[in-house]
Design a protein around this ligand. Structure first.
Ligand code: ADP
Length: 752
């Protein structure tokens, strides 16, 4: 078998090429591992297909050559068209349900197999029903063609869909390449169907090259540039060929007629001539191509309409950048572009504009830059609000004083044009645009269009910026809230600990005072018995001793009682026996109890008559304690010769938060007063103002000692009666004696 036979050579070359492409794919890896895997499968199948075409030509073959070629074509088309759609979906519809495709593929392959190998022995049935008109082979072909048609149509539909939507320019570029690939696939498969094996392989190889390029390289060269360059080469080659032909065939016949003709010299002349015209030919070719494929093909109205439709509702700066730059790209075919958010900032007394780039379609985000408030560039943008060409920046004298760091930053953007974006009175954004793909400069009409687009972008950009700052604020709030929650949790923990401590203390006081009470009662009983003893009453010295013991025991008893009262309030175990009470009578009785103390201390005790006031509902024993403590305090903190006045009045409904009204009692003294700072804290248990050491010992002596529980017990009991207690005093002064007033209010008693 002659290896130089084209029918063998072409598939061999195909196989080699597939191996090379596979190697490149493995080496480059490409952006997505799944895509790479499927591409390798695609290459593998294509390789096997071509390999069978080579093997079919050698003896001894497993099957006859024709049959082998037919089968390879059949399964080759089947597998590659499913894989082609699979790859298309991976690239253009990553979220598509691929299993549906494979389900279709399996069914289709099943049908092809059934008919092609006559698995169900259908031929007889078919021949009898359709009278032998359809042969098995034709049936296989029809099923194959139908399935293939469906898959190819789906790819075409996918591509058409991609072109209609504003998609990422990189994807759009890929779609262009894919369209070419689809074209070559269709032609190649068509040739296979028509049994033109060798040309089919040539087309297939081109298709596979395109498919692999799109899968492997994220950035394919801009297709329109490729198109343009290929066409320029073609045109210039044709022109050069024409000239060459003229040089070779026509010129010698003229030159021969000249005397002293020398073929070598003539050849040299022709070569020189050709070399001289090569560059003009290239330029001419470019011109022709520019005429054939004009670059400014855009319709400004359509672009503007599309731009405003696409951009107005976008709130994500990234998407905004992608769409804005993408649409500019579509109109002007630029190499690259970036969108920047511009913000006025002040740092260390320097005001400048910070330009932060948005990722958008760019592969890499340029670093942020700053432009001084007084930089010539800033002044140009703010005053003129016009696009700025990079060439102007380099040439015009007004930009000579641009600081080098600003220049370096702008240079690293590699832009040809800078377009500022303004709201009514604020500079908020900048679009930087790279060179045009065609290499042409930005024309004035382009600048007008871009300026209008920039104006359109302003509103969307402003909104996007607002949303961004709102999101930032929201995040700050969330963080602050989380910190607050944490602090709250700590506080709650501390509070629980304190509560536990307090309860332990109350429990201790309660237990201790219970334990103290019994021996105290015994001591009190015995001292009282002693006091009545004849021997004691006879001896004044002994009597004085026993009286002292008795007074101490009673005082101790009272203190222990106070501690017990406090503990029962704290532990919510104080039980009240409620009845209707006249406060006037109750207070008079309490006052009577201190008659001796008043005269000893030369104090005037007055109760204004408020006997006609309504009764309240309360526990007489508990309320007695309240007024006992208040009057004891008034006695204690009023120097000898002072005055204590108790008054009562009715409270109208709604006052002091008493819905149905109530009764207010005031106990006023002419004592040392209370520092306003402590008016509230004196109601805390164990709280005492001033130095403890200065307290004298007697209960009703001036500044007499006490455990610091009286007011806390009073408030506890009053609150259980749904009443209130508070103190008023102009201040603390032991010389001027401003006095204090204690107010107590209770709700009135209403008999149901
Ligand atoms: P105690 O009297 O046992 O110290 P209280 O709870 O009765 O405890 O009073 C707490 C503090 O309130 C007292 O130490 C005192 O400083 C202040 N106080 C109470 N009543 C008066 C009053 N009528 N005049 C001046 N200060 C008073």
């Amino acid at each position: 078998m002659n290896l130089l036979n084209l029918e063998i050579l072409i598939p061999i070359l195909g196989c080699l090429l597939y191996i090379v492409i596979g190697g490149i794919a493995m080496w480059k890896r490409g952006p997505r591992p799944t895509l790479l895997l499927w591409l390798l499968t695609y290459l593998g199948i294509s390789f096997a297909w071509s390999a069978i075409q080579v093997v079919a030509n050698f003896e001894p073959a497993i099957l006859p050559r024709e049959q082998m070629l037919q089968l390879s074509t059949q399964y080759g088309i089947l597998a590659t068209s499913i894989l082609f759609l699979h790859l298309s979906l991976l690239i253009f519809r990553p979220k598509a349900k691929l299993w549906l495709l494979w389900l279709f593929g399996i069914l289709w392959a099943g049908l092809v197999m059934i008919f092609s190998h006559n698995l169900l022995d259908l031929s007889a049935t078919f021949q009898s029903t359709i009278a032998g008109q359809i042969e098995e082979q034709e049936l296989t072909r029809t099923v194959l063609l139908l399935g293939w048609g469906f898959l190819v149509f789906t790819v075409a539909w996918l591509l058409a869909n991609s072109f209609q939507k504003p998609i990422h320019p990189i994807i759009k570029n890929k779609a262009y390449y894919w369209t070419f690939a689809l074209f070559f696939v269709v032609v190649s498969d068509g040739l296979y169907f028509g049994d033109f094996q060798s040309p089919a392989i040539v087309f297939r190889v081109i298709a596979v090259l395109l498919v692999s390029g799109v899968c492997i390289y994220h950035h394919m060269p801009e297709i329109r540039r490729v198109e343009r360059e290929a066409l320029t080469y073609l045109v210039s080659t044709i022109l050069t060929a024409i000239l060459l032909l003229i040089g070779i065939f026509i010129l010698p016949s003229f030159l021969e007629k000249l005397a002293g003709y020398n073929p070598t010299l003539a050849g040299a002349v022709v070569t020189l001539l050709l070399a001289a015209v090569l560059t003009p030919i290239w330029v001419l070719a470019q011109r022709i191509v520019n005429r054939l494929l004009p670059t400014t093909r855009y319709d400004p109205n359509r672009i503007l309409r599309e731009y405003s439709q696409n951009i107005s509702n976008i709130l994500d700066p990234n998407l905004l950048a992608t769409v804005a730059i993408g649409l500019v790209n579509e109109a002007l075919e630029i190499t690259h572009g970036h969108l920047f958010l511009v913000e006025l900032e002040t740092e260390e007394n320097l005001t400048f504009y910070r330009l932060r780039s948005v990722k958008g379609m760019a592969e890499e985000k340029p670093a942020y830059g700053t432009l001084g408030e007084e930089s010539p560039i800033t002044e140009f943008f703010i005053n003129e609000r016009n696009p700025l060409r990079n060439s102007d920046l380099d040439l015009l004298p007004r930009f000579q004083s641009v600081p080098p760091e600003e220049r370096t930053w702008l240079e690293h953007l590699k832009a040809d044009l800078y377009v500022p974006i303004f709201t009514k009175d604020e500079w908020i954004g900048l679009i930087s645009l790279g060179a045009k793909v065609s290499g042409q400069p930005y024309f004035n009409s382009d600048l007008t269009l871009i300026s209008t687009l920039a104006d359109q972008t302003a509103v969307a950009l402003q909104n996007a910026r607002l949303v961004e700052s709102l999101m930032r604020l929201n995040n700050d709030f969330r963080r602050a809230y989380a910190a607050m929650e944490q602090a709250n949790r700590h506080l709650k923990q501390a509070n629980t600990q304190l509560e536990i401590l307090d309860r332990t203390k109350s429990d201790f006081i309660s237990i201790a005072s219970h334990e103290l009470r019994t021996p105290l009662t015994v001591m009190r009983g015995y001292t009282e018995m002693l006091m009545d003893e004849h021997e004691i009453t006879q001896n004044s010295y002994h009597q004085k001793l026993v009286d002292g013991i008795h007074a101490g025991t009673i005082r101790l008893h009272e203190i222990v009682d106070s501690m017990l009262d406090m503990a029962s309030i704290d532990t919510h175990t104080l039980e009240l026996q409620m009845e209707s009470i006249s406060l006037f009578t109750l207070i008079r009785l309490v006052g009577d109890h201190f008659r001796e103390d008043f005269s000893q201390r030369n104090l005037t005790f007055e109760i204004e008559d408020f006997s006609e006031l309504l009764p309240i509902e309360g526990d007489p024993e508990a309320l007695r304690k309240v007024f006992h403590h208040l009057i004891v305090n008034a006695i204690k903190y009023t120097p000898d010769g002072g005055k204590i006045i108790v008054a009562g009045s009715s409270v109208p409904p709604g006052y002091y938060e008493l819905q149905e009204g109530g009764i207010e009692i005031t106990i006023r003294d002419t004592g040392i007063g209370i520092n306003p700072e402590f008016l509230e804290s004196i109601f805390t248990k164990f709280y005492q103002t001033g130095e403890l050491a200065f307290h004298s010992t007697g209960k009703t002596k001036f500044k007499g000692a006490g455990p610091g529980l009286g007011l806390a017990i009073a408030r506890g009991i009053i609150q259980l009666h749904r009443g209130k207690i508070w103190a008023e005093s102009p201040g603390y002064d032991e010389v001027k004696l401003p006095g204090s007033t204690f107010h107590v209010v209770f709700p009135v008693y209403r008999e149901e």
